[in-house]
Every structure is written in structure tokens, then in C-alpha cells.
Design a protein around this ligand. Structure first.
Ligand code: FE
Length: 201
């Protein structure tokens, strides 16, 4: 019997390595959040314009919940890079971040509903945006930090996120429709990371 095994496409991890290196340079150089978001936006737009680098292990949906896979964390936890993988119909709860963040869509599309809080702590619905493949959005306590993200594609959607901290360990909150906040720490779905440090090839 002949087994027909498809040739695995070798992910171009040099792209992820170059991205985290360049991001580190932006963060070394810029102290201002607006400058970091502007510099990071250019880098993330380039990385999600090329779908040749994300290893399959970090692109696997879960049947029930969206998944977040840590791809890289800065040694001083100044930033982290995460792949979010959404199966059909999956969504986050309404949540905040407490640090700056950038979201770039690598595959599919995402619906982003923004919220603010009024003086009594209630949630006020803001704009709804569809982010398509290649587009980049920003969050932070300064530019707007509370949102809900839903897969807007019939198939799997994947977005690449960068945050100004080790996001899986950050104490933040989810929100009920009433505005009631519930503390949460997201963690990550993966126990191992892509090896971007084998530079022998
Ligand atoms: Fe978010």
C-alpha cells in the first residue's frame, strides 16, 4: 500500500524572528504609547500580509472556544505575540486589556464591537468594525480598551496580536452586559513555543 502524505510546508519562522526583533527595537526607541502603536502597526501589517510563517500547531481551532497561543514573549515581558484562532461562530466575552495591544488579521475576518463605561460603570456600546485579512486594529486604556471580538468568517479566522506585556499573565477583566466586571487572567493554550532561535540554516 502506498501512503500519500502531503508534503509539509516549512513555516518561514525567519519572518516571526524578524518581527519580534524589529518590535524590540521600536520598544527600545519609543517610550510614547502612540509611537509604539504607530511603529508596531507598520510591522504587524507587514507580518499579516504574508501567510507563510505560522506553524500549524499554533493555528489549530478548538471545537468549543477560541484559542490563544503564545508565539513569543520578550525576556523582560515588555511585549508578547499571540495567535488567536477562532472556529466558526466563536467569540470572546466583553473584555479589557489594561496594556496597549495591536490586532492584525492573518486569515478570515473578525467583528470587533467596542465599548466604553459610563460614570456609573455601565457599558456603552460604541462602533462595530469588521477587520478583514491584512487589517490591523489597536486597543489600550488610552485609545479604547473594552471590546468583544467575534469570528466574522464562515471558516477558521486567525489574528496575530501584540501586547505591551505578557498578556496571558496580566490581571484584567471580562464584563457582563450590565457592566459588572469579573477578574480574569487568560493564560495560553500551548505549553511549547515556535523555535525562532535556531539560526543555523
Ligand atoms: Fe481583546
Amino acid at each position: 500500500m502506498t501512503l500519500h502524505v502531503p508534503l509539509a510546508v516549512v513555516p518561514n519562522l525567519k519572518r516571526l524572528h524578524a518581527f519580534v526583533s524589529a518590535l524590540g527595537e521600536v520598544i527600545d526607541r519609543d517610550r510614547d504609547e502612540a509611537d509604539i502603536l504607530a511603529g508596531g502597526h507598520i510591522l504587524l501589517a507587514d507580518v499579516v500580509a504574508h501567510d507563510d510563517w505560522l506553524p500549524d500547531a499554533y493555528a489549530q481551532p478548538d471545537p468549543v472556544h477560541y484559542r490563544q497561543y503564545l508565539l513569543h514573549c520578550d525576556s523582560r515581558e515588555r511585549f508578547s505575540v499571540v495567535s488567536f484562532v477562532w472556529g466558526p461562530g466563536q467569540a470572546t466575552p466583553i473584555h479589557d486589556h489594561t496594556v496597549w495591544g495591536l490586532v492584525g488579521v492573518l486569515r478570515g475576518a473578525e467583528r470587533v464591537e467596542s465599548f466604553t463605561r459610563d460614570a456609573s460603570g455601565g457599558l456603552v456600546a460604541g462602533p462595530v468594525e469588521i477587520l478583514r485579512t491584512g487589517q490591523v486594529d489597536a486597543v489600550s486604556p488610552t485609545v479604547g480598551d473594552i471590546h468583544r471580538v467575534t469570528n466574522a468568517d464562515a471558516g477558521v479566522s486567525i489574528s496575530i496580536h501584540v501586547y505591551g506585556g505578557n498578556i496571558g499573565a496580566v490581571r484584567r477583566a471580562t464584563y457582563a452586559a450590565s457592566g459588572a466586571a469579573k477578574p480574569f487572567i487568560s493564560g495560553y493554550a500551548n505549553a511549547t513555543l515556535p523555535n525562532i532561535w535556531d539560526r543555523s540554516k
